[in-house]
Ligand binder design. Sequence first.
Ligand code: PLP
Length: 377
Amino acid sequence: MSDSSKDLNSMKRAAELLHHRGLGLSKGDPIALPITTSSMFHLPGDPADTPGYGRVDNPTWEALENALAILEDAPCVALPSGMAAISAALFACLGAGKRLLVPSDGYYVTRVLSSEFLASFGVAVTERPSAQFGEGGFAGFDVVFVETPSNPGLDLCDLRAICAEVRAAGGITIVDNTTMTPFGQRPLDLGADVVVASDTKAPGGHSDLLMGHVATRDTALLARIRDWRKMSGAIPSPHAAWALYRGLETLELRFARMCDTAEQLAPVLANHPAVQSVRFPGLPTDPSHNLATSQMERFGFLIGLDFGSEVRAEQFIEGCRFLRPATSFGGVHSSAERRARWGDEVSPGYVRLSVGCEPVDALLQDLSDSLNNLGQR
Ligand SMILES: *Cc1c(COP(=O)(O)O)cnc(C)c1O
């Protein structure tokens, strides 16, 4: 697909998202999405095909899932966090005697869930670094879980090649697309069976909710994931679903600003003498740049910075006025943290910077001031 038709599709999805609900309204209906908090529904007689109970049905979730489905171009199930979405996908696809491959450098909770819980139910779990994910092939794996760019190291793996190989070997590919959102990367179009995402990050965007979703075009799998939600009881709160719906209405705008700003900041940071090294897929010098260009719509809003030491990394963060020292990412306010403080396998001076929605010149000035104060290594 050409770049311009990719852009056009993505712009159409953004516009459709803003209007799909309004197009179905009756005279006098509210334009803004109402929150329905009811656990009970008026249900005389035959209950078939009628919302019946709040753990199974909720009109606010349904509106959110319709909006997510427009973005993903696939049916979606809303869940109360990214981990709830990942759990739903993994528990729906796996069982005793099955084999699972996960990245050794991806979001650490997925790994711990796999080794602590899935393994105890008889799932054989194997780990592999994202940068060498294709090495060794995928024969014998029932589920291959991929995260690209990986969080926090920002290594990429080749989605088209992996999905095709896994499918040929009879397995299922699940892609965690949290770092990119549907506006930045479209794993289902590249051959993935399932997308999972934490909507706590850029889709919510205001650091005031936790949510997640699963997207798949596989009808049987979709039904199983819905059943998992219904039976495990891992259901979203109507308030969080409503807040995420509102966040989605500006996702395209925020994401474009964040990615544009990251593209402007990355070369400046990379050339500053106070910084030892930079990871950003949009930099032509990044080891993943060519792959990024071929499989991503945008380069994202996360930048990895290595300051060479814990002290210098902390000084940099502390020295920025427009940078919240906080875990998580994707909010309107730029934020940063040293991931080694949680035990991630990155160097002690490695900072994951999440670029927010501040005007680029203000942010650039602020980060530059902090770097200049840090002095040369
Ligand atoms: C944050 C994150 C998750 C987990 O999401 P929660 O909403 O915190 O449960 C999963 N995968 C990735 C890549 C993440 O960054």
